[in-house]
Design a protein around this ligand. Structure first.
Ligand code: APR
Length: 254
């Protein structure tokens, strides 16, 4: 990808910003081999069921084993996948800004695998299970049989992921919205921006004066709001920032 993809305006903003926020979606993991839900005119389905049916609170009530089958399948795909250059570059960005916030809609854990810390996971994490009744959670480890039953109260465990028809984890969105309102640079990477409240974060950042840049091979409902739209794959574009924009500050420098 040509460095020209990044305008001189964006280079200057990137070099001078103090508070940056990045919101990512499934597209940032696409080049790692993680299927997206939408995009390219298609949407994911499982055994003939649209993903927003199998991934719903209603299905947990009706048929939890089927929901687990779908998430076991997705974890199976993830087991052999690695972070791509976009994840790896973003993991370096805390060193580039006085304050940096990474918010993701993804449940794949690839940002953390790339070395990102304090990732705000709006939709939970596929490597975690939680009790349908109490607050008990258990980590799911690749290659180890997954727990089915809560060790605290004996109830069933379900995927610790936000399903359609459910609220986000308490505080996650509020924290992200506060950081968005304080940011002076906001990137929206690999999301169709169709799912709220996540898709409102770039609007909050923009309305608070941030320079808003979208990175996505396709236009989205957010594109017209953005100061800059770079239509291309995140794994090719994001590393350019590390390549062409020299580091000006180190975290915590006053
Ligand atoms: N680089 C950047 N963006 C990409 C790439 C890529 N290599 N490949 C695809 N995309 C873009 C697509 O054009 C699309 O706009 O990523 C976006 C993926 O959109 P969705 O599949 O809708 O994923 P996302 O926006 O993260 O979905 C939001 O919906 O299904 C629920 O809870 C689930 O978190 C998910 C939420």
């Amino acid at each position: 990808m040509k460095t020209a993809a990044i305008s001189s305006e964006l280079r200057a903003r990137f070099a001078q910003a103090s508070h940056a926020l990045v919101l990512t979606g499934a597209g940032v993991s696409a080049e790692s081999g993680v299927p997206t839900f939408r995009g390219g005119g298609n949407s994911a389905a499982w055994k003939g069921m649209p993903f927003d049916v199998i991934s719903s609170a209603e299905m947990v009530q009706r048929n939890l084993p089927a929901v687990w089958e779908w998430f076991d399948y997705r974890r199976g795909i993830l087991e052999s996948l690695k972070p791509n250059p976009a994840h790896l570059e973003i993991a370096q960005w805390p060193k580039r800004f006085r304050e940096f916030t990474l918010v993701t809609q993804n449940v794949d854990g690839l940002h953390q695998q790339a070395g990102s810390l304090n990732v705000v996971e709006l939709h939970g994490n596929i490597w975690s299970a939680r009790c349908v009744k109490c607050e008990f959670r258990s980590q799911i480890i690749s290659g180890v049989a997954r727990e089915d039953t809560c060790l605290e109260c004996g109830e069933r465990l379900r995927p610790d992921v936000v399903l359609f028809g459910e609220m986000l984890p308490p505080g996650a969105f509020e924290h992200a919205a506060l950081k968005a309102s304080q940011s002076d640079l906001c990137f929206v990477v690999g999301t169709s921006a169709l799912v709220y409240p996540a898709a409102s974060l770039p609007e909050i950042a923009k309305n608070s004066g941030a320079y808003l840049c979208e990175i996505n091979p396709e236009r989205t409902g957010l594109s017209s709001l953005c100061d800059e739209v770079i239509n291309g794959p995140a794994g090719e574009i994001i590393p350019l920032f590390g390549e062409i924009i020299p580091q000006t500050i180190s975290a915590g420098q006053t």
